[in-house]
Design a protein around this ligand. Structure first.
Ligand code: F6P
Length: 515
């Protein structure tokens, strides 16, 4: 049933009316068990959801909403391999990429998925063997990933996040922008015979990536490079197109892996080279542990379910339209951009599965920066601005560096910010008054390991699944990116020819100025 036609939706609407007077400070004073009740352990991750604008009554109705919209049945369809990406008639099985071939979860896997799983493991083994070969090859000092969107953000985020596990002696570069300045700057520091280019593109048709790949190949040849098959590898579902491009070394994946969900596939090769096969397997194991939690934990103790339902409550009932992401770990520098694609490309939709316009909001705007830096920039708005913006902290208990003082200072800042947002401070001088009662979620990892990062990312994937399922949208297509691509082709021809016939006046004027 569509979300807004359920009894739970109506009840939530009633509850929301009372929320104009909801105050976190009163709630904590009233209920000594609040912190515990609204906290959740999950594999690799602990989350404190208690400083959010909700209570047990709201959560009960949200769970009823999940039930009335068929969330669990939809989840089960994904794990059964059904084609829930209906507009592209594709299954959604990024989770199969982290499925082991033994144990209880393997035993309960539908028989029809055991064959594709064999392919998954054959490819994984080949890719990890290649990663180990590159790691052992001292002549390769630089690995350049050329890709965009899901073929860039995931591996880039993870290579940075796990830099303390990365091997020394190799540098990793990520080129995504069609702006030649980016590739040019990277190429200037490279030597052809010491460089491995990874051309990462699910479709192998993406203009930015193919343009960069072609320029990289021209540069390689101009530098005297001859052995393309040693220095270029493709990560793609379109092995044929990669071959036509002249790349023989290919690691494939499948159409049932969405671009923004592809980090676990061959697209993860830069990460595998950086951290090695064993750590990469541990990264997959963390994600698999989260898959099992999502699949098996009761909804009321299921972290992706609880987070996704909170997202629906905020978006549709309290009308908070954005979420700020604040990782308190400098290596999580690319975590917010990664989540932006994951959530906004998945759930930035305005129609249901049948293509009917929805009468309620869907994806919030996600944005953010590493924690302490944000404090000295936009946190002013979070504390005293006119809009309520829920903040999502991610902190890591243990540091891998040996510098004294820093870690305790970093973590005290994270805790203090969450506390300040909630508690506020009254002052008769309005400029110095903090109203408080600002919501936040606090996610805590023991260590930033491959296992825990895998679990954290899978948690975010499933949480996006949950809100998308409740909203009744297809979280796995991205038609909204197509129009701009088509128009860019037309404008590119016009920039070259100067033809402005039938263009709107604004575009025509800009085109004149550009030429
Ligand atoms: O244009 C959007 C998009 O299709 C994303 O969904 C995808 O991650 C990105 O482009 C890159 O696509 P590809 O991996 O096929 O080059």
């Amino acid at each position: 049933m569509r979300a807004d036609q359920t009894a739970a939706w109506k009840n939530l609407g009633e509850h929301a009316k009372a929320f104009s007077s909801f105050d976190l400070r009163t709630e904590f004073a009233r209920d000594a068990g609040r912190a515990v009740h609204f906290s959740q352990e999950a594999p690799g991750v602990f989350a404190d959801l208690s400083k959010n604008h909700w209570d047990a009554k709201v959560e009960t109705q949200l769970l009823a909403l999940a039930q009335q919209t068929g969330l669990l049945a939809h989840r089960n369809r994904m794990f059964q391999g059904e084609a829930i990406n209906t507009t592209e008639n594709r299954a959604v099985m990024h989770w199969l990429l982290r499925q082991p071939v033994q144990g209880a979860s393997y035993e309960s896997l539908p028989t029809a998925l055991k064959l594709p799983l064999k392919d998954v493991h054959d490819t994984l083994n080949a890719m990890l063997a290649f990663a180990e070969k590159i790691r052992a090859d001292e002549h390769i000092t630089d690995v350049v990933n050329i890709g965009i969107g899901g073929s860039d953000l995931g591996p880039q985020m993870a290579v940075m996040a796990l830099q303390s596990f990365a091997m020394k002696g190799k540098r990793f570069h990520f080129v995504s922008n069609v702006d030649g300045h980016e590739l040019d700057a990277v190429l200037q520091g490279l030597q052809a015979e010491k460089t491995l280019f990874l051309v990462a593109s699910k479709s192998f048709t993406t203009l930015e990536t193919l343009t960069n790949a072609l320029s990289a190949k021209r540069w390689f040849e101009a530098q005297g490079g001859t052995n393309v098959s040693r220095h270029f590898a493709a990560l793609t579902t379109n092995v044929e197109a990669a071959g036509q491009f002249g790349i023989q070394t290919c690691f494939g994946f499948w159409d049932w892996v969405g671009g923004r969900y592809s980090l676990w596939s061959a697209i993860g090769l830069p990460l595998a080279i950086a951290i090695g096969a064993d750590h990469f397997r541990s990264f997959l194991a963390g994600a698999h542990a989260m898959d099992q939690h999502f699949l098996n934990a009761a909804p009321a103790q299921n972290l992706p379910v609880r987070l996704g339902l909170l997202d629906v409550w905020y978006r549709n009932f309290l009308h908070y339209t954005s979420r700020c992401i604040a990782p308190y770990h400098s290596a999580l520098k690319r975590y917010a951009p990664y989540l932006q694609q994951l959530e906004m490309e998945s759930n930035g939709k305005q129609v249901d599965h049948a293509g009917q316009t929805l009468p309620y909001g869907t994806s919030p705007v996600l944005w953010g920066e590493p924690g302490t830096n944000g404090q000295h920039a936009f946190f002013q708005m979070l504390h005293q601005g006119t809009d309520v913006v829920p903040l999502e902290f991610v902190a890591v208990k243990n540091a891998t560096h040996a510098l004294p003082d820093h870690q305790a200072l970093l973590l005290s800042n994270a805790l203090a910010q969450a506390q300040a947002l909630m508690l506020g401070k009254s002052d008769t001088d309005g400029h110095k008054n903090f109203a408080g009662n600002r919501p936040s979620t606090f996610i805590l990892l023991e260590d930033l390991t491959p296992f825990n990062l895998g679990a954290l990312i899978a948690l975010q994937e499933h949480r996006v699944f949950v809100s998308g399922a409740v909203w009744g949208i297809n979280s796995f297509d991205q038609w909204g990116v197509e129009l701009g691509k088509v128009l860019a082709k037309d404008i590119h021809a016009r920039i070259l020819s100067g033809d402005v016939a039938d263009l709107d006046a604004s575009t025509a004027q800009l085109l004149h100025k550009i030429r």
